[in-house]
Design a protein around this ligand. Structure first.
Ligand SMILES: [Zn+2]
Length: 200
């Protein structure tokens, strides 16, 4: 338990995210959810990337075991099933709309923490199909893990439904990614540095 539990990402956290995803991460503001061992489960990203591109998906799942478990559920057609239920169950539909509002509020909090200007391009727009549909379970699970249970009912439900493959009770980090691989972040920064040198 030597790893920090703080939301503020350390360089170690950023390196782990890059290893988990197999690519460099950028503009990560917080680690809003961690494995019981301390490794990141979710990255919170600024709503505008430093290259200027708007980024509506504030909470991004990074842990490979978790991501794959959610992908398997998606492949089973659960989004269509949930979207159909939203059309039939008014209470569920209202809770899903409230989750959308919470997502916007959380993104505003992350925006202020990142110190970036309001992002007009995605004003009122969230992700994952909210507020009326379900298009991506990864978005809902990222939100559920970041804000805790009781905010996004379909994110909470997805976590229940993947419990055989991934649960917060069990750390699978040792086998979930290559901990000894070269860190993609460093790779790219070298690459970018070389490109810049070539351009001068
Ligand atoms: Zn772990």
């Amino acid at each position: 338990m030597s790893q920090p539990r703080s939301a503020t990402p350390t360089q170690d956290d950023l390196d782990t995210l890059s290893l988990q995803l197999g690519r460099p991460v950028r503009d990560v503001v917080e680690i809003p959810a961690r494995c019981r061992c301390g490794s990141p489960l979710v990255a919170a990203t600024a709503p505008r990337l430093s290259n200027g591109i708007p980024f509506p998906t504030t909470f991004y799942l990074t842990h490979p075991t978790l991501t794959q478990a959610v992908s398997r559920l998606e492949a089973a057609g659960v989004m269509a099933e949930m979207t159909e239920r939203l059309g039939q169950d008014e209470e569920l539909a209202a809770a899903h709309r409230a989750a959308h509002e919470n997502y916007l509020a959380e993104r505003e909090r992350i925006r202020l923490a990142a110190g970036v200007d309001p992002v007009w391009e995605i004003d009122g727009i969230t992700a994952g199909g909210m507020p009326d549909r379900v298009k991506c379970l990864h978005v809902l699970v990222g939100h559920a893990l970041a804000v805790g249970p009781g905010i996004t009912p379909l994110g909470d439900e997805t976590l229940d439904r993947i419990a055989e493959d991934w649960t917060p009770e069990v750390c699978t980090c040792a086998a979930a990614w290559d901990h000894d691989a070269e860190i993609p972040t460093r790779d790219l920064s070298r690459h970018v540095r070389r490109l810049k040198e070539e351009q001068q």
